[in-house]
Write a protein that binds this ligand. Sequence first.
Ligand SMILES: Cc1cc2nc3c(=O)[nH]c(=O)nc-3n(C[C@H](O)[C@H](O)[C@H](O)COP(=O)(O)O)c2cc1C
Length: 307
Amino acid sequence: MTTNLAGIQLRNPLVAASGTCGYVGELANVLDLSTLGAAVTKSITRQPREGNPPWRIIDVPRAPAMLNAIGLANVGLDQFLGEKLPALQRIGTVVIGSIAGNSIDEYVEIAAAFDQSGQLPAVELNVSCPNTADGLQFGEHPRKLAELLARVRPAITRAKMIVKLSPNVADIVSMARSAIDAGADAITLINTMPALAIDVETRAPRLSRGAGGLSGPAIHPIAVRMVHEVYRSVAKDAGVPIIGLGGVMTWQDAAELILAGSTAVGMGTALFVDPTSPRAVGRGLEKWVARQGCSSVGDLIGQARIP
Ligand SMILES: Cc1cc2nc3c(=O)[nH]c(=O)nc-3n(C[C@H](O)[C@H](O)[C@H](O)COP(=O)(O)O)c2cc1C
């Protein structure tokens, strides 16, 4: 089950997704972290953020899915470096630091600080954030993404740079190509899908902010399709690994993403349903690899039989 993610050795391919395991330490209270290959922190911004008022997470049972508009609530860079990061030194899994920002300068500053900490083998850029300069999301325009990464790449000298893409684009391959051309060491696919739920009695949005991000089983087939397209069109030849995620609840969901081209598989919403679920997913994957007659999970990456 050992997995090589851009030169980082993971115990297995399972990764706790950003924003769904706090600053990682919280998850250690309920799950033996040696069950995971890695865990990604909540996205960190320069300043602390309260986030949106409730409701900011709701269930969408008929989808089935979850809708959230947390508003990037987090402690901010200084408190993360001063309090959260030191507590992660012997946490028992690889920790990846996630970065969010509303300007290129903010991403650069946090990326440099994460890199210089020497404690995070990889940083993941959450590019599903609007740039206050023009209101456009970095992750929805290949040129804006290229501009961002051209500035961030030189600020990261030790850690690996992972770029997490939004599914809210017409052409995911162009976005991935833009990230890879700009020096991404790995690509994460996918972030949540913009969506809206309305309370039919009050006629108001069910989330305080209005729209939010859809996650969970409803988005799984979208993730599988995007991983497959990116792997086949650009990532495989470039030798850039993909962390595939979106609606992974069972080992079969994880296996599908591996066959589509994922080197590692993220779990987010599943941790809200059952924070111990990576255990069963890991065990199921291990048996599946053996049943497929393979000696390593890596032998099955991108091995879907798709004409
Ligand atoms: C409550 C919640 C908070 C999230 N916060 C972040 C975040 O801070 N940064 C980020 O990159 N992704 C964030 N995500 C997106 C997840 O990491 C993941 O990409 C998405 O939920 C799809 O995976 P899933 O269907 O397994 O949840 C969040 C998702 C949820 C449900």
